[in-house]
Write a protein that binds this ligand. Sequence first.
Ligand SMILES: C=C1C[C@]23C[C@@]1(O)CC[C@H]2[C@@]12CCC[C@@](C)(C(=O)O1)[C@H]2[C@@H]3C(=O)O
Ligand SMILES: O=C(O)CCC(=O)C(=O)O
Ligand SMILES: [Fe+2]
Length: 348
Amino acid sequence: MSSVSQLFKNNPVNRDRIIPLDFTNTKTLPDSHVWSKPEPETTTGHISVISLSNPEHGLLRQACEEWGVFHITDHGVSHSLLHKVECQMKRLFSLPMHRKILAVRSPDESTGYGVVRISMFYDKLMWSEGFSVMGSSLRSHATLLWPDDHAEFCNVMEEYQKAMDDLSHRLISMLMGSLGLTHEDLGWLAPDKTGSGTDSIQSFLQLNSYPVCPDPHLAMGLAPHTDSSLLTILYQGNIPGLEIESPQEEGSRWIGVEPIEGSLVVIMGDLSHIISNGQFRSTMHRAVVNKTHHRVSAAYFAGPPKNLQIGPLTSDKNHPPIYRRLIWEEYLAAKATHFNKALNLFRC
Ligand SMILES: C=C1C[C@]23C[C@@]1(O)CC[C@H]2[C@@]12CCC[C@@](C)(C(=O)O1)[C@H]2[C@@H]3C(=O)O
Ligand SMILES: O=C(O)CCC(=O)C(=O)O
Ligand SMILES: [Fe+2]
């Protein structure tokens, strides 16, 4: 068992915060899902688009420092695989509730159907449902959803995870390269040819579904949070919904990250903020919902290998480390208790 899975055992979610509302049978927004008065209109920003065929370190670094988010093109993940992932997500979330519930995540488990874990930190419920995949239990959960017909779903998700493993290795190397770090500085980041063993990154796949909502201005798809990963690779199809907090007006303005056909979105996580000694921004983001389109997204979270200590990689005497060293599991445990205040607990 991975130590991240062990962490779920130690931090179980309250059972009543796992099963989502049956959205298909809900024609008006229940009070439990009403968030706030309407906020100011979301604006759009110039989020960088970086081609991985010829990435420029300067541009990459600037995107990580200013926004903490960027689009990637020429990433090598085929259109046909992205299309298959989207179809399989829609297939899963369109199942009737009585069937999805068969694969519900148990309170101390990482894999299965349910609401996202951060739900426990908010009084109101979110207008979303998810399917989380970690480790080897994908097939057993998919069998519960489709007793005779789960092979296609599993094959597509396994192929996608493999593609994301490769891509995240490349991205992590590039990002660290943009900070002037070499493979010697980062032994473990050097691509692991086998993709296995203790040296490989740990990952987690979260499939999100945001059903059509009767009153989107009063609902929340996914509440504001930062990701606890090194980085997250998000496939959001072509329906807008992802928003990031404005770097200039934190806490008051949200900027929509408009989908770009065939691109993927990279979101810097808290651990990249730590490794870069506070230079990379781990952006607060959220997902909003809409009245006409069912939106799905697939978020792949990449973290360091099991039990590997990470910390600020800086030898600059003028900028001593501002965070202490930690392992991913330790950080996730802090996040599971202190949520958005977790990062501060690791400041030197
Ligand atoms: C590996 C992880 C990242 C995550 C917390 C978790 O331990 C498992 C669930 C992940 C997820 C997926 C949806 C959004 C998110 C904020 C959440 O509630 O659960 C992330 C978590 C995170 O980045 O902290
Ligand atoms: O669906 C989205 O656009 C955002 C998903 C996300 O932030 C997450 O899963 O952590
Ligand atoms: Fe996120």
